[in-house]
Design a protein around this ligand. Structure first.
Ligand SMILES: C=CC1=C(C)c2cc3[nH]c(cc4nc(cc5[nH]c(cc1n2)c(C)c5CCC(=O)O)C(CCC(=O)O)=C4C)c(C)c3C=C
Ligand code: FE2
Length: 449
């Protein structure tokens, strides 16, 4: 498919990320690399431990993370403020353990550079921008730079292989709002890639890494391949239709198929890590699954972080420290961990191919795009098109969703028929206030802060 593309002939870009170069008529195409949940601390000296709390505030003020019923949405900011204050010490401790900050920004920028270089090798001169959801460089900063550079065609690529309401959708919604509310961006033709875990290059690169790490075990055939994915609250999936669990399961099956094709027949497990707060998250939980495997006699385990493409706190601290210790306590004698993909060339080249495949689809008005796709193109992996339609596909009922956090569900949900729920909500708010004003840990234990 080829849609109207008015400025395609003058294509030139450098690989600076984000670019500070002056706007240029020559900078006409770009690929916007959007890492949605960046490290809150950079490994650079320009940031400090003081960044943790504002980073957490930005995270919890996101309505995709804590979704309050419309009647109490005015509480979003005060609650974000309270929860980020309560959570900050625990998060800071984690970042301290991995060297005082997350390497996520550095790695993302390296990935951006590698992607631009790969695109160039494939004949596409393109600028790559990094936009982060909760910390610098913010998505809004990247969009400003896109504007300054006079970009007219944009491919938006969330750096999450699998789609979730809590991650890619949150970023894409932010992007959509920014673009829709800026008259200067009305001429920006853009295309959004929703998820890409099914890409052959990604699957093969994951299989390569697993095969490499298996070699370090005394008996590579007798190792449990243990996929650990970031969890989401069960309500996202069961009430709100988040495809995350389904995509994750498919992704793991596809990787295991690639291993089988290459002659490996190891057992495998998928479990979910990093739960926050008092609600039910996707199960099995990683810690329970490790204990269980130990009890059932597993002696060798290879951990595979499957929802991340970069090293960050949840690989370096949670998996490498917490889960490794737990595995040892559970009787697992041989432990290994597959590194995150980072700038793995097979993976980056495949991302570049995907960007090139989608580039012609960057259309003048995305709302019109879906109808113009052929049936064959519509079946190409993830739905593409306007963010609006995309989110409708993935998150149909988002306007009337109950809050995913049970703490808030006691209050004004659709099913609440009496004032009991509201009283419970007021009680919780009173506890929050009590905690904030007196410094006494009341809610803290609920949030495992
Ligand atoms: C697929 C990846 C991720 C999903 C799904 C996800 C959902 C999710 N996360 C929180 C709360 C926190 N996330 C935090 C950091 C963080 N989360 C992801 C990925 C996913 N989150 C990344 C890549 C990072 C950054 C890690 C880094 O190195 O900086 C944090 C802060 C860190 C901490 O305190 O643990 C919180 C809090 C929720 C509530 C949620 C789903 C609703
Ligand atoms: Fe997270």
């Amino acid at each position: 498919m080829h849609l109207r593309a008015s400025h395609l002939d003058a294509v030139h870009a450098d690989s600076a990320i984000p670019s500070t170069s002056a706007p240029s008529e020559a900078h006409r195409r770009c690929c916007c690399l959007s890492a949605t949940r960046p490290g809150c601390l950079q490994t650079r000296a320009t940031t400090t431990a003081g960044d943790v709390e504002p980073f957490l505030y930005n995270l919890f003020v996101d309505e995709s993370i804590i979704r309050l019923p419309p009647q109490v949405r005015f509480l979003q900011k005060p609650l974000a403020s309270v929860i980020s204050t309560l959570r900050a010490p625990k998060s800071s401790e984690g970042y301290e353990k991995i060297g005082g900050g997350s390497p996520l920004r550095r790695i993302t920028e390296e990935q951006g550079q590698a992607l631009a270089a790969s695109l160039l090798r494939k004949g596409q001169d393109a600028k790559v921008y990094v936009g982060m959801r909760y910390w610098k460089p913010f998505t809004e900063d990247a969009i400003e730079q896109v504007k300054r550079d006079g970009i007219t065609r944009l491919v938006v690529l969330p750096l999450y292989p699998q789609f979730s309401i809590s991650t890619s959708a949150s970023s894409l919604r932010l992007f959509e709002n920014a673009v829709n509310n800026d008259p200067e961006l009305q001429g920006l033709n853009h295309i959004v890639i929703a998820s890409w875990y099914w890409r052959e290059g990604y699957l093969q690169a994951m299989a390569d890494l697993i095969i490499e790490e298996l070699k370090a075990f005394p008996d590579p055939t007798d190792v449990e391949v243990f996929f650990s994915a970031h969890g989401v609250p069960v309500a996202y999936v069961e009430q709100d239709g988040d495809p995350y669990k389904e995509e994750m399961e498919q992704c793991v099956d596809l990787i295991m198929q690639r291993l089988e094709q290459r002659g490996l027949h190891n057992r495998h497990t998928l479990a979910y890590q990093s739960r926050v707060g008092p609600v039910n998250w996707l199960q099995p939980y990683t810690d329970d699954a490790i204990r269980d495997l130990g009890k059932r006699g597993t002696r060798a385990l290879l951990a595979v972080p499957v929802s991340f493409i970069s090293e960050h706190i949840e690989t370096l601290e949670e998996i490498d420290c917490e889960y490794r210790d737990l595995a040892e306590e559970s009787g697992i004698e041989h432990w290994g961990r597959v590194p995150a993909l980072g700038t793995n060339p097979k993976f980056i080249d495949d991302l570049a191919d995907m960007v090139l495949e989608q580039l012609p689809s960057a259309a003048p008005r995305l709302d019109t795009l879906q109808g113009m796709l052929s049936a064959e193109e519509n079946n190409l992996g993830p739905p593409i098109g306007s963010v609006h339609e995309l989110l409708d596909t993935y998150d149909r009922d988002r306007r009337v969703l109950p809050a995913p956090v049970r703490l808030w569900q006691w209050g004004w949900t659709r099913s609440a028929e009496t004032w009991n729920g509201r009283i419970a909500m007021l009680a919780v708010l009173a506890l929050v206030l009590l905690e904030v004003t007196t410094g006494r840990a009341v809610l803290t234990r609920w949030f495992e802060l």
